[in-house]
Design a protein around this ligand. Structure first.
Ligand SMILES: [Zn+2]
Length: 436
């Protein structure tokens, strides 16, 4: 196989949509029978569902109930097991671990050898789509303890990166990441958006200056405006693509292709992705924002059946110029990140987009404050850039406040902070504070 090929697996990624839908229908039919026979949790949840009655994907959506992380937690209690959704014998498990969830009680997932192979294949597609090629040296800054970390490493190896420099992603370790990058000269970075921003700032403040060795980067964990991506290209020489859906509960990875017209669901021949109206559960209208719902029918060990991700997405219309026929979407936000203000609501992705359109605010990390009593003003806290002179702060703050007022069409209150709370590589985008 030539390294010049555009798609990792042209047969799967360029499949005609109707062929893919037929695969999906067979997949979900087989999955229903599989989980009802093997998982105590699913046998109970799907007691009323007759797999033989599911003759179309519309039947599947109409007859099979949605499931949530809380359903899984409740089943853990009822069944008395951390893996009430397990459908294979324990001795078949080759990989397992906690989800990287940041709230609530820990949940777990498991993979048998088949699941792992398929998920690694999905990861190889995404690395290839993001421009990784044999000979690339990958510096991988991800949560080390989740199954996703293993899958990313194996997927990058399958795509041809033999040398992988692994690390965690802790705010205090940013100087080490920069030092390692300068010393070992990796060509490809996988990290959180906040981590690359912090690395670029740290590098700029050192005597060696701001250069980082990467040719390309996959960034995770937050929306990225087009202008912010362009700034990485111009100031650091790094081609950036975003990755979402890395939530280790389902590992349906997706990334942008060179067309940068949304992220491709790389595994649509192995999974069914639905977009629903979160209020009613009905399919979202074409072009509307909706919640992403996953059925990963390729998995044997702990598959998800109509699993609500709480991620809001907008599906992009039309066919992509890259040759992939999978649908594309933009991940807008977590449902939980809604911040009510002045009788309306703001989501962090709107603030990211607005900041990206400003020379002062581009690639600044931020958090929004959510109050118990709905305020009239949106409070936006920005992480002070290391390079911002103290006497320039007030002027920049005023300019940004005017810019955000105009972009968001509501009054904002902007302030700079030397630190913002983070969880792993993510800045906590919404801070709940009781007092007004
Ligand atoms: Zn594409």
């Amino acid at each position: 196989m030539s390294d010049a090929r555009a798609l990792w697996d042209a047969a799967a990624e360029g499949m005609a949509p109707e062929v893919r839908q037929a695969l999906q229908l067979k997949g979900v039919q087989a999955l229903l029978a599989w989980v009802k026979e093997r998982s105590p949790m699913q046998r109970e949840r799907l007691a009323q569902v007759d797999p033989a009655a599911v003759r179309s994907l519309a039947d599947f959506a109409a007859l099979v109930p949605l499931s949530t992380k809380d359903d899984l937690r409740a089943a853990m209690d009822r069944v008395g097991s951390a893996l009430p959704h397990l459908c294979v014998p324990r001795e078949d498990i080759v990989l397992s671990g906690p989800s990287a969830g940041t709230s609530g009680r820990q949940t777990y997932q498991a993979f048998d050898a088949h699941d792992l192979d398929r998920n690694v294949e999905l990861a190889a597609r995404l690395f290839w789509c993001s421009g990784m090629r044999p000979g690339d040296v990958l510096q991988m800054l991800v949560t080390p303890f989740t199954p996703a970390a293993d899958i990313f490493r194996l997927g990058a190896q399958r795509a041809g990166a033999q040398w992988i420099i692994r690390d965690n992603h802790e705010p205090a370790q940013v100087p080490r990441y920069v030092e390692v990058a300068r010393s070992l000269k990796p060509t490809f970075l996988q990290a959180g958006v906040a981590t690359l921003r912090a690395m670029a700032q740290h590098a700029a403040a050192t005597p060696e200056g701001g250069a980082l060795p990467y040719r390309r980067a996959i960034l995770m964990g937050a929306a990225l405006g087009a202008e912010a991506r362009e700034q990485f290209r111009q100031t650091l020489g790094i081609e950036v693509t975003t990755l979402s859906g890395q939530g280790s509960d389902f590992n349906l990875f997706s990334t942008e292709c060179p067309a940068h017209d949304g992220e491709h669901w790389h595994g649509e021949d192995m999974t069914l992705v639905e977009v629903i109206d979160p209020a009613t559960g009905a399919p979202a209208h074409e072009g509307d924002v909706g919640e992403m719902v996953i059925t990963d029918f390729y998995r044997h060990a702990t598959p998800h059946v109509r699993w609500r991700t709480e991620d809001m997405v907008r599906v992009h219309p039309g066919v992509c110029s890259c040759g992939r026929t999978s649908r594309r979407f933009t991940l807008l936000d977590r449902l939980a990140n809604r911040v009510p203000v002045r009788g309306s609501a703001v989501y962090p992705f709107q603030v990211e987009t607005a900041l990206s359109r400003s020379d002062d605010g581009r690639n600044l990390e931020f958090a929004l404050v959510r109050r118990a009593v709905e305020p009239q003003t949106l409070e936006v806290r920005l992480l002070r850039p290391a390079t911002l002179a103290a006497d320039a702060t007030a002027g920049v703050m005023q300019r940004l406040q005017r810019h955000l007022d105009a972009e968001l069409k509501l009054p904002t209150q902007v302030s700079f902070h030397d630190d913002l709370p983070r969880v792993g590589y993510k800045t906590v985008r919404v801070l709940d504070e009781p007092r007004n």
